[in-house]
Design a protein around this ligand. Structure first.
Ligand SMILES: O=C(O)c1ccccc1NCC(=O)[C@H](O)[C@H](O)COP(=O)(O)O
Length: 206
């Protein structure tokens, strides 16, 4: 099965359409205000309503209030939820959308146990760990630490770019890859040539 691609940190319609044109399967919208890739829900709504069919929109939150998550879901009509903080399984499962949980590869994480804990998560995203930085670090983690028998689709994230994504796919064989910084000209601003190169490398590995 081909590895799918999520391009995260979309803030502009031109970048969303460039990512779709390049072949992205999903687009991530960061609703975490401290992030330089934060996008106002009203802007996200304008972008999402102009996406062609069969492109999944993903709302990314970090320890957000349930009320705010519901308000943004209502405002944007987004397809899928990504929880990237310390959210509990009960918190994640309360919303009217499917979700997947992001786990940061801290030195002491038990990935298998955490994956089992989030029984209703549609997938598990594994991302780099940097203390105090919830995501979008631009750093890769040791892929050898990934258990070989995860019983959920694996989304690999963290420091991916056109130079390492083919190797990542070959070694890890994830369900999907997720990238933000590796396809940017600046934080929150995607670079169309990097998008194309990244997607070409994914295609080469598939
Ligand atoms: O992208 C962010 O700025 C961000 C901020 C806070 C929490 C999560 C964030 N991004 C989540 C993602 O899914 C990123 O694509 C992932 O962390 C990989 O980022 P990168 O290493 O820059 O490719």
């Amino acid at each position: 099965m081909r590895t799918r691609v999520k391009i995260c940190g979309i803030t502009r319609l031109e970048d969303a359409l460039a990512a779709v044109e390049a072949g992205a399967d999903a687009l991530g919208f960061v609703f975490y205000p401290p992030s330089p890739r934060y996008v106002d829900p009203a802007v996200a709504e304008v972008i999402i309503r102009q996406l062609p069919p069969f492109v999944t929109s993903v709302a990314l939150f970090v320890n957000e209030s349930a009320e705010q998550v519901c308000a943004i879901l209502d405002q944007t009509g987004i397809d899928l939820l990504q929880f990237h903080g310390d959210e509990s399984p009960e918190y994640c499962a309360q919303f009217s959308r499917p979700y997947f949980k992001a786990l940061r590869m801290s030195p002491d994480i038990d990935v298998a146990a955490e994956t089992e804990r989030f029984a209703l998560s549609r997938a598990i995203l594994l991302d780099a760990y940097r203390p105090g930085v919830p995501g979008g670090t631009g750093e890769a983690f040791d892929w050898e630490r990934i258990p070989s028998d995860l019983d959920k689709p694996l989304i690999l994230a963290g420091g991916l770019d056109q130079n390492n994504v083919a190797k990542a796919i070959s070694r890890v064989k994830p369900y999907a890859v997720d990238v933000s910084g590796g396809v940017e000209a600046a934080k929150g601003i995607k670079d169309s040539s990097k998008l194309i190169s990244f997607m070409n490398e994914v295609a080469r590995a598939n």
